[in-house]
Design a protein around this ligand. Structure first.
Ligand SMILES: NC(=O)c1ccc[n+]([C@@H]2O[C@H](COP(=O)([O-])OP(=O)(O)OC[C@H]3O[C@@H](n4cnc5c(N)ncnc54)[C@H](OP(=O)(O)O)[C@@H]3O)[C@@H](O)[C@H]2O)c1
Length: 350
């Protein structure tokens, strides 16, 4: 789903209520600001002042663009999608909530228009994506701090760049951080047609992993099956098929998975657990069914299954350049780097 739809909805709602306003005196959200500009109407944004149903609380507003400071980057947004977490954030049901009023949108890609005097990481023309959640990407232009952005190649498809920072990263981390999988090992997941699920299929394929992909049944299931197979999915089964005893025969062909990725919860997650290999891990990253996870006592005792959770926003926080630098400085990386530089210099001069 793309932001143009929200823009349209908000524009319609705003026009109906005749409330297309310049945001006066909005306090500064985390990484941007509303201040004086020669042409304030240039910047349009989808803003919410209260949590609630997105169609009711999100409004299209004209915002003022702040001046570009030394470490700032002026960005023109090129594309921004609507992710389920954007909706949860507006509703107020998310683990991380920006200060209100806030601009919606956590993902997107923009092009650098201008940079401050101390910016070295990006230059005008570069494409950039948010480094962390909460940036507020549903706007036409913004001034962000350099640290809030990551440069990406500008020769990849626009839609891929705009959706790079959440789902593919989630898929990659979950495939690599919980179990030491080798080529030929298998992974089972539900909601396999979701954005994350499709990224899991493609990255798993690139890593040589075999995927068992569970989807909800639908009249055109063959169309979905073909689409996922084209992405690299090996097996596609419906939730109903997963519950049947004969599904066990699948594991004559594929090794039992040591990793299950759960986007759904409820009965679907119980079924994933039933097919995990002893000692395996189920990683929960979504709760689409809004049902708790039920694991049988015997699965925990006799199979020693592990239940873990993953949240990309926390991962990014824990691995931000600032937190990595703090850790590195206290331990050994900095002296090692110095030593390595010394060695390189030595060998060059010989
Ligand atoms: N923890 C993290 O770091 C992290 C990162 C990224 C995403 N997420 C979460 O992962 C979830 C998926 O995100 P996405 O962007 O991939 O979503 P998406 O592309 O919109 O896909 C949603 C998926 O959920 C399924 N679904 C919806 N309602 C369901 C229900 N009641 N029971 C079972 N399945 C249901 C859909 O299946 P149908 O096609 O059958 O409707 C579809 O496969 C969201 O909850 C999102 O917040 C978490």
């Amino acid at each position: 789903m793309w932001v143009s739809r929200v823009l349209w909805l908000a524009r319609t709602a705003a026009l109906l209520r005749r409330r297309l306003l310049v945001a006066p005196g909005c306090p500064r959200p985390a990484t941007t600001a509303y201040s004086a500009s020669a042409d304030p109407s240039r910047v349009r944004a989808l803003v919410y002042e209260h949590h609630g149903h997105p169609a009711k609380v999100v409004e299209l507003k004209n915002l003022e663009l702040p001046a570009v400071g030394g470490s700032d980057v002026h960005v023109k947004m090129l594309a921004a999608p609507i992710n389920p977490s954007d909706i949860n954030m507006i509703q107020g049901n998310y683990g991380l909530l920006p200060k209100l009023p806030a601009v919606g949108g956590n993902e997107g890609v923009g092009q650098v228009v201008a940079v401050g005097s101390s910016v070295t990481g990006v230059k005008p023309g570069d494409w950039v994506i948010p480094a962390a959640a909460g940036l507020g990407t549903w706007r036409t232009e913004a001034v962000f701090n350099e640290e809030a952005l990551i440069a990406v190649p500008s020769d990849i498809p626009l839609q891929s760049a705009a959706t790079l920072s959440v789902n593919p990263c989630t898929a990659y981390r979950m495939l690599t951080d919980f179990e030491q999988l080798q080529p030929g090992d298998s992974v089972i997941q539900n909601a396999s047609n979701s954005g994350v699920g499709q990224a899991v299929i493609q990255i798993a394929r690139a890593l040589g992993l075999r995927t068992i992909n569970v989807v909800r049944d639908r009249p055109d299931i063959q169309t979905l099956t073909n689409k996922l197979k084209n992405l690299g999915a090996e097996h596609i089964i419906t939730e109903e098929e997963l519950r049947k005893p004969e599904t066990k025969s699948l594991f004559k062909d594929v090794p039992q998975p040591r990793l299950a990725l759960n986007c759904v919860g409820g009965r679907s997650s119980t079924e994933l657990l039933r097919h995990l290999a002893p000692g395996g891990t189920m990683v929960t990253y979504g709760g689409m069914a809004k049902q708790p996870i039920i694991a049988s006592v015997s699965q925990l005792i006799f199979k020693d299954l592990k239940l873990r959770g993953f949240w990309l926003s926390q991962w990014k926080k824990d691995h931000s350049p600032a937190s990595l630098y703090r850790g590195a400085f206290n331990i050994t990386t900095l002296p090692k780097r110095k030593m390595l530089r010394g060695e390189v210099t030595c060998s060059r001069s010989q």
